[in-house]
Design a binder for this molecule. Sequence first.
Ligand code: MLT
Length: 329
Amino acid sequence: MKATHNLLTLAAVVTAAFAIGATDAAAQAYPNKAITIVVPAAAGGPTDTVARLMAESMGKTLGQQIVVENLGGAGGTVGMARVARAAPDGYTLAVWHIGQATAPSLYDNLRYDVIGDFDSIGRITDVPMTIVGKSTLAPNNIAELLAWIKQKQKDVTYAHAGVGSAAHLCVLLFMSALKIEMTAVSYRGTGPAMTDLLGGQFDMMCDQTTGTTAQIKEGKIKGYAATTAKRLKVLPDLPTLDEAGLKGFEVSAWHAMWAPKGIPAEASQKLVAALQVALKDPKVIERFASLGTEPVPLAQATPDALQAQLKAEVAKWSPVIKAAGVKGN
Ligand code: MLT
């Protein structure tokens, strides 16, 4: 009788242990707590806008809150360094852009390897850019602006979001196409730069449509040209720089999501799946369209596609940056 009782007790204990184990495993299934997306640029800017849209949609899919942490500075390398050394557990991510590809050529003492220290999750959107100016700027169209810049050169002030930011790269290409130099004003993101442009603190900048479309439409800033091969659906009256004579001028801020190297396969799979759901999300598609951009094709929203894109872009920008003789430090 006693032996049977002990066996039953033992069985009960083992069953309970399994149950606890099972609940632990379920409780530990990814994600079981809030996730952080680090944006290496100031709040309120173009990349912040993209990241918050992803955070909202992916949070719903993953059943966990996703918070955005803005950590601007040094052309985005401060924020990306934070993610590179974060725990590879799937709870710290980054949303950044073309700046990831240019950082190796610009920053000699970069504290991370843009390819080796990150797991790719996938591409998100390629945001077109626009040449804009303060509302009181004399030129009223791109032809007048180009003539005015060629005359004024260093007296023209332009803003960017740090060396290697999309706003910086765009103007680097623009200046080398015009063979002129203008005077730079550096910010932690084009969000705060836009505030100062609205206040007339500097003359012009090249910024993403996610930051400029509404301001141009409301006439609060002057829109001069788009940096795309074709005109923008959202701003059809804006000529392209190619139309304005800068033949073949084309640059966009391709955005993507990364994690620290070595996150669990389960987390990677769930993040890729949630990203793909977000890129099909009607709310995301509608918001992107109102801001002049669109999700990348789903085949691009994969780790392999992003890795290939990053390698190609690092190779593409290195000679351009070398030729421009620009350094971040
Ligand atoms: C931002 O969000 O501020 C921009 O992406 C910065 C940049 O131009 O790279």
